[in-house]
Design a protein around this ligand. Structure first.
Ligand code: NAD
Length: 453
């Protein structure tokens, strides 16, 4: 690891990665190597947790291709020097900002969207002109192996290297003095990464998790809301960081809404035999999830098959904030429904938990929409929609508070891996005497005049 790291630093110092046409060429190369290996990559993830080819392409590769296309198209604009007005005290001069790559970076990925969560930050780091070590999650092991194989065949290790492994390898990587660490994973491990980075004063972006609420008010379009919530919750068997973790439903419509949710779940085919419904990633998570299901509160689902690591989409009613299912991020196909009779109180209850990565509001009332959007702090989200904000490269993607630090996607990704150098560029034909000795009350008068105070 040390060797790779030092070689990458030395390579970065050659300035080759700073060249815009180099960056474009490498981004295009990334896209073609992914396209060429699409079947291989889809096969690996299917073997890991039965994620279908359709889902892998629709929820991972399509978004990655889009990010690459946007970066290739916009790179010239993002990376150009930008002039800003010069203030009077610096007259005569030009002022401008030069974006520069941060240097050699470390990208640590999570397991649940193993391609998306490692390759999207890579796209951003490549666009910015960095070299990088990528550490995919070890949990989907075939997927991690596939990334290693594809990238080591495509890129020189001094530019992009994949280092595989779990806690010991990541701990070793975290000792190195990278120019940036980009981490996706749990809040618990995020703290470990943050601490290690602080030792070397390495800046971090932390893409973490949390319990993301979805509010359903009395005047929501209930049928459409049920449809969208069932899709977004049970996508990837609920193992999505921005999936609605729990629902806050207006008491007046909650019986009707529960029936609509149940009907929607029954309409879809989430059977154990369905090749489009993924497995729970491992036995540890399977056991953790099953232990969260109180039999007496099950409205739909509540069945499982341990051998196949399958849990049916499960809807729970009459849940309260003190229930086990509300103690931690669920990260599985369990949808607890909590009722409220006053939106203000509901928001206050949600605010008692850590700031979530996402929040969603389903309503046709502008007032209720504004209330949730203005009063609750969260990473990002949607109105009458869930999860889909991740697919728009024009929106920054990231958390706030315990759900993360920093953001990426599109230009935000470029900025995440860049430093913006601020320059005052002065000619030599004039020098105002203000800043030099001897100081005087006239000079002070001028300073007050210039700064207007
Ligand atoms: P995790 O924190 O267990 O693992 C993430 C990465 O950290 C892995 O590469 C793992 O090898 C490494 N790691 C684990 N323990 C470590 C340790 N002690 N020291 C150093 N490195 C360690 O997370 P996960 O189980 O892969 O993913 C699930 C979590 O990630 C959920 O909380 C989810 O909400 C969150 N998540 C967030 C986003 C986002 O974009 N914000 C996306 C996906 C997942």
């Amino acid at each position: 690891m040390q060797d790779i790291f030092h070689n990458q630093k030395a390579y970065f110092d050659t300035n080759e990665t700073k060249d815009i046409s180099f960056r474009r060429t490498q981004l295009k190369r990334l896209k073609s190597c992914l396209k060429e290996n699409e079947d291989f990559l889809c096969d690996a993830i299917y073997k890991d947790f039965k994620k279908s080819k359709f889902d892998t392409i629709a929820t991972e590769l399509a978004l990655i291709y889009h990010e690459i296309d946007v970066a290739v198209r916009q790179l010239g604009n993002w990376s150009r020097r930008k002039s800003v007005p010069t203030n009077l005290v610096n007259f005569p001069a030009r002022s401008y900002i030069i974006p520069e790559p941060l240097g050699s970076v470390l990208i640590i990925g999570a397991w649940n969207y193993p391609y998306l969560l490692t390759i999207c930050p890579m796209v951003a780091a490549m666009a910015a002109g960095c070299t990088m070590i990528v550490k995919p999650s070890e949990m989907p092991i075939r997927t991690s192996n596939a990334l290693k194989k594809v990238f080591s065949e495509t890129f020189d290790e001094k530019y992009i290297a994949v280092v595989e492994g779990g806690i010991p390898e990541t701990t070793e990587l975290l000792q190195l003095k990278f120019d940036k660490i980009f981490f996706t994973g749990s809040t618990h491990v995020g703290k470990i990464v943050y601490k290690a980075a602080a030792e070397n004063l390495v800046p971090v972006t932390l893409e973490l998790g949390g319990k993301s609420p979805a509010f359903v008010t009395s005047n929501a379009h209930l049928k459409m809301t049920a449809k969208r919530l069932v899709w977004s919750k049970f996508l990837n068997a609920g193992q999505t960081c921005i999936s609605p973790d729990y629902l806050m439903v207006d008491e007046s419509i909650h019986e009707k809404f529960l029936m609509l949710l149940k009907a929607e779940v029954e309409k879809e085919n989430f059977a154990v035999e369905n090749d489009n419904y993924p497995q729970i990633i491992n036995e540890r998570n399977f056991d953790r999830l099953v232990a969260m299901i109180p039999r007496e509160k099950v409205v739909a689902g509540g069945e499982w098959d341990k051998e196949k690591r399958w849990i049916a989409p499960t809807i729970l009613r009459d849940v309260s904030f003190s229930d086990k299912v509300m103690e931690e991020e669920i990260f599985g196909p369990i949808m607890p429904v909590i009722t409220y009779n006053n939106l203000d109180t509901a928001i206050s209850e949600v605010k008692k938990l850590s700031k979530p990565l996402s929040a969603y509001i389903f309503t046709r009332s502008r007032k209720q929409k504004s209330k949730v959007l203005n009063e609750l702090s969260f990473g990002g989200g949607g109105v009458n929609e869930a999860v889909m904000h991740i697919s728009n490269s024009n929106l920054p993607f990231g958390g706030v508070g315990a759900s993360g630090i920093g953001s990426y996607h599109g230009e935000d990704g470029f900025k995440t891996f860049s430093h913006f150098k601020a320059i005052v560029d002065k000619p030599n034909w004039l020098e105002l005497p203000l800043k030099y000795f001897p100081h005087s009350s006239t000079k002070l008068w001028w300073i007050r005049k210039i700064f207007k105070f």
